[in-house]
Write a protein that binds this ligand. Structure first.
Ligand code: ADP
Ligand code: MG
Length: 222
């Protein structure tokens, strides 16, 4: 998907969070959105996903104004407050995945994705019994089941330990190599382990720095 942000501003009431941001995200890009807590990272992606409605500036998704865009299933999104939903009823991981895909799900689809995420062993566990990190990975599998063009992950490793974080980033790389656009938000992780193409850093003074990874940085990573 082609994403074009043109002079976007956004405020909650009188509090401006985004001030005149322009950037294009091309198909296959891997964009890391960085910045301290409260700089507006989650706010920005909620604008991109149509959750926050944009009144100042323009947002185009595949050259269509966001206000008339219809193909929301092209996005896979795991929000920062992914565990804020009600799951009081007993549901296993498999049941959750079976019921939440928009298309008919074959077991091999989610089994493969669970395996890639390193959580195949929890298939029959009740979702209430999972750790935060496990639940987060199940939600990423759920987002991937609909074969999104763009995968948006808001602080996906917040509750994942170091070893699993490395494994997790390798999986995200593999998805990116398949051509899926990745938008990854992080406020803590160093970028060393990430095979991103661009960074967008949000600062508390509302300025934004956008960088494309240079060949020198690429070489350092190898
Ligand atoms: N729904 C909301 N209503 C009012 N203020 C909000 C809302 N959501 C976030 N904010 C405020 O907007 C600022 C940016 O928040 P957020 O986008 O969540 O930052 P980040 O994801 O970078 O930590 C913060 O000061 C936060 O308190
Ligand atoms: Mg956030």
């Amino acid at each position: 998907m082609q994403i074009d942000i043109r002079n976007l501003s956004f405020a909650y009431g009188r509090k401006t969070i985004i001030n005149g941001l322009s950037h294009s995200i091309n198909p296959g890009d891997y964009l890391v959105i960085r910045g301290k807590n409260g700089t507006g990272k989650s706010t920005l992606i909620k604008c991109l996903l149509g959750i926050n409605s944009v009144k100042n500036g323009m947002l185009f998704l595949d050259n269509t104004d966001i206000n008339t865009f219809k193909y929301w299933t092209k996005f896979g999104y795991v929000s920062q407050d992914f565990d804020n939903f009600n799951y009081e009823f007993p549901l296993t991981v498999e049941e959750l995945l079976k019921f939440s895909s928009i298309k008919k799900t074959q077991p091999q689809d989610y089994l493969k994705l669970l395996d890639q995420m390193g959580v195949l062993d929890i298939l029959n566990q009740n979702i209430n019994s999972l750790s935060g990190g496990q639940l987060q990975r199940v939600f990423i599998v759920r987002a991937m089941l609909n074969t999104p063009e763009v995968l948006v992950l808001d602080e996906p490793t917040a509750s994942v330990d170091k070893q699993n974080t490395e494994f997790f980033y390798k999986t995200i790389d593999a998805y990116n190599k398949q051509g899926i656009t990745i938008i990854l938000i992080t406020h803590t992780d160093s970028l060393e382990a990430l095979n991103y193409t661009h960074t967008l850093t949000m600062n508390l003074d509302l300025s934004v720095d956008i960088e494309q990874k240079t060949p020198e940085k690429e070489a350092k990573l190898l």
